[in-house]
Design a protein around this ligand. Structure first.
Ligand code: NAD
Ligand code: G6P
Ligand code: MN
Length: 435
């Protein structure tokens, strides 16, 4: 049987992970699941951990759920390690959103200045986990969904020198569901070819006769008469400029709104921050009500309310990756993995987010090739920004951090970049020992 270790086990998403393992139990024999958290998350861990135990019991499967604050103890002989933690919890996220907004910039958990600060807090912790894995479970796979998932994968590959890592996001999962439904086709009858980096990828879609249906989807989703709808809960369904999307000839991801519709997105964010608060503040309330539900000793299944979180279905995707590796299934999934030439516009060794085949040896990226200039320009700037952000997170070098801020299209460069960087470094200093 398998031993799985989940770091950040106190997350409200944990029931989805449990549901995913229960669903696959016949082919994926998870015998031990260790939920690991820290002192600050102890109460959450206990509530959601007890709920996890009830779910497993109700399903009648042979799996022991352990709750612990001792990461090293949990990691001993693990087969798979999944990570879903948030350094500094939601209070840190709220600062990542509010401080850039104050300086007239997008405030977001994975994009702009906020996303870079989240990388600074998170990457040292992830690299610590990798060091523990080298010692305690050298054959294990690391399945990461901790954000910023692309930069975390880049850090693990480049600085952790750990090849057995796969980074995961739910945006492609949601896009596939939405687009298959729009075409009134089954997912298995379509081929989705994604390429780019986390939260900044484009894709093409083909039907089972080999015909490309991308243009039809662009028109249905983003054409002049389209009602865009939401792909993920945390991003508003704002219209793109339909001419611009048509020129791309590929489907954008919902996060492209921050880059293609910056002014409008900022305006909406400012409005929302004034009324219901930043997304982090909204999520804090949502999380409180989820944990109230989880306390109910009769609740032994994943409640519907979890779908209000932006990350819905990401844990299920993680279970599918583990299943595909364990059973050498060759499933097609969109993951963060080493480029190896699949996107020729990006460095060979960098992390990319691409359609891949998942087998016992990990992710095998499907070749995408080169992008046209409209995509290529933004993508290359963003990857360079990521490389600098990861380097700054590892070294704590202030000038490198400033250079990363300067490259990020969502950060106003010059004195304003410096001011927002300084304020963020100060606000988060308890989580930034490297700076
Ligand atoms: P959360 O705020 O509930 O945090 C999860 C747990 O992590 C908490 O219980 C916290 O105590 C714990 N934690 C913090 N620091 C830790 C450490 N050093 N070691 C172990 N545990 C630690 O977070 P959440 O809303 O469940 O999100 C978890 C993570 O997943 C975040 O980084 C979030 O950005 C990310 N996420 C990713 C996707 C995706 O598409 N990949 C989707 C949703 C969320
Ligand atoms: C999205 C993304 C995640 C993101 C999250 C936010 O869909 O894929 O990477 O950070 O959901 O969700 P939340 O409910 O926390 O705002
Ligand atoms: Mn994501």
């Amino acid at each position: 049987g398998l031993k799985i270790v989940t770091i950040g086990g106190g997350s409200s998403y944990t029931p989805e992970l449990i549901e995913g393992f229960i669903k696959r139990h016949a082919e994926l024999p998870v015998r031990e699941l260790w939920l690991v958290d820290i002192e600050a998350g102890k109460e959450k861990l206990n509530i959601v951990g007890e709920m996890a135990k009830r779910m497993v019991k109700a399903a009648g499967i042979d799996c022991d759920v352990h709750l612990t604050l001792d990461r090293r103890h949990a990691l001993q002989d693990a087969d798979f390690v999944t990570t879903q933690f948030r350094v500094g919890l939601l209070d840190a996220r709220i600062k990542d959103e509010a401080i850039p907004l104050k300086h007239g910039m997008i405030g977001q958990e994975t994009n702009g200045a906020g996303g870079m600060l989240k990388a600074f807090r998170t990457i040292p912790v992830v690299l610590g986990i990798v060091e523990d894995m080298k010692e305690l479970c050298p054959n294990a796979w690391l399945i990461n969904f901790t954000n910023p998932a692309g930069m975390v994968t880049e850090a693990v590959l480049r600085y952790g020198q750990w090849e057995k890592v796969i980074g995961l996001c739910n945006v492609p999962v949601m896009a596939v569901k939405t687009e298959a439904a729009l075409l009134q086709k089954e997912e298995k009858d379509l081929f989705f070819k994604f390429a780019g980096i986390n939260h900044l990828h484009w894709h093409r879609v083909y039907d089972k006769d080999g015909g490309e249906v991308t243009a039809e989807l662009i028109d249905k989703l983003y054409g002049p008469d389209a009602d865009p709808g939401k792909i993920v809960e945390n991003i508003r369904d704002m219209r793109f400029l339909s001419d611009q999307i048509a020129q791309l000839g590929m489907l954008p991801c919902p996060y492209h709104r921050y880059y293609y519709m910056t002014g409008n997105m900022l305006e909406e964010e400012l409005q929302e921050a004034q009324h219901e608060g930043t997304r982090g503040q909204v999520v804090k309330k949502l999380e409180e009500s989820l944990f109230e539900l989880y306390k109910d000793p009769n609740l032994d299944y994943k409640p519907k309310e979890l779908e209000q979180r932006g990350g819905a279905y990401y844990s299920d995707a993680a279970c599918e990756i583990i299943n595909s590796i364990y059973n050498n299934k060759g499933t097609q999934m969109v993951v963060n993995t080493r480029n190896r030439g699949s996107v020729s516009d990006l460095p060979y060794d960098s992390a990319v987010e691409v359609t891949s085949l998942i087998t016992a040896h990990g992710a095998e990226p499907v070749h995408f090739g080169a992008f046209p200039p409209a995509q290529r320009g933004l993508l290359q700037v963003m990857k360079a920004m990521e490389e600098l952000t990861v380097e700054a997170a590892v070294t704590g070098d202030y000038a490198t951090a400033l250079q990363a801020f300067t490259l990020n299209p969502l950060v106003t460069s010059g004195d304003i970049a410096k001011a927002v960087l300084d304020e963020l470094l100060e606000a988060h200093k308890e989580y930034l020992p490297q700076f």
